[in-house]
Structure formats: C-alpha cells, structure tokens
Design a binder for this molecule. Structure first.
Ligand SMILES: [Zn+2]
Length: 140
C-alpha cells in the first residue's frame, strides 16, 4: 500500500531546496561525462542532505547525485524523505537506479527536476515516475 507524504512542501522550502541543488553542482566530480548534477534531499525530520554525481575512471563505479544524498541521509539514521530537488544542465530526471533506491524509503516523495537556471522541468511524486516498483513487501 503506497501512501502520500502528509507534510506539504511549502513554496519557500521548495525554492530553498532547488537553490541548494543548483549550488552544489559546483562540487560535482564529473570529468568524463561533464554532466554536472546536484541534489538536495529534504527529510521528514527537516534536515537537508546534498549530493553530487561522483564519477570514476572505472565508469561503472560512478554514482549519481541522488543516491549520494540518500546514502548520506540513511547513514545518519534518516529513513523518510519529503522531496528531492535535482539540478542538471537540461533538467534531466533521476535514473532508474536512483528511483528504485528512493522508492525503498519514500515511494511518494516529491521529485523536482530543474535545469541550471532553476527552471522546473518536472515536479511529481516518485510513484508516478516508478509505478509498480519492487518494494520491501515483495520479499515478505
Ligand atoms: Zn541515478
């Protein structure tokens, strides 16, 4: 059974999340793709965790900004997320692996994709982006 987050994302919080995602793009380590991604994840406890994509010369070991943000949060005890803002040059959307990882914790969290100028390309709940996801309940 999926649920919607009950906490509303007010416009000021949403704007701050977007601003932070854009800001951290300057820290990206993407010498191979030159596709700089910044993410800012808001948890239900009210904290914000940022992430950048971190590439590696052994390409498959690279990791996306979204998962960096989620793993930072989870490693500090966070398990429930309200929203993530993801900033790229062109407003690209989270990849399937990141959608799956976010779905593990908060299948209805809000996904906000923006470009480098802060123009919103997508603002939708995760379960719209990853319907019928494989969920922890599937292992029961
Ligand atoms: Zn990804």
């Amino acid at each position: 059974m999926k649920r919607r987050n009950t906490l509303d994302l007010n416009p000021k919080t949403r704007d701050e999340l977007i601003k932070k995602a854009i800001e951290v793009r300057s820290l990206t380590y993407s010498p191979y793709s030159h596709y700089a991604v910044g993410a800012a994840l808001l948890t239900e406890s009210g904290k914000v965790y940022t992430g950048i994509n971190i590439e590696n010369s052994a390409y498959p070991t690279s990791i996306c900004a979204e998962r960096v943000a989620v793993f930072k949060a989870v490693s500090e005890g966070e398990r429930a997320f309200i929203a993530i803002a993801v900033a790229t040059d062109n407003g690209g959307s989270p990849c399937g692996s990141c959608r799956q990882v976010m779905s593990e914790f908060s299948p209805s969290m809000q996904i906000i994709d923006v470009d480098g100028a802060g123009i919103v390309h997508l603002d939708a709940p995760l379960d719209d982006l990853l319907p019928h996801a494989f969920r922890p309940e599937d292992l029961e």
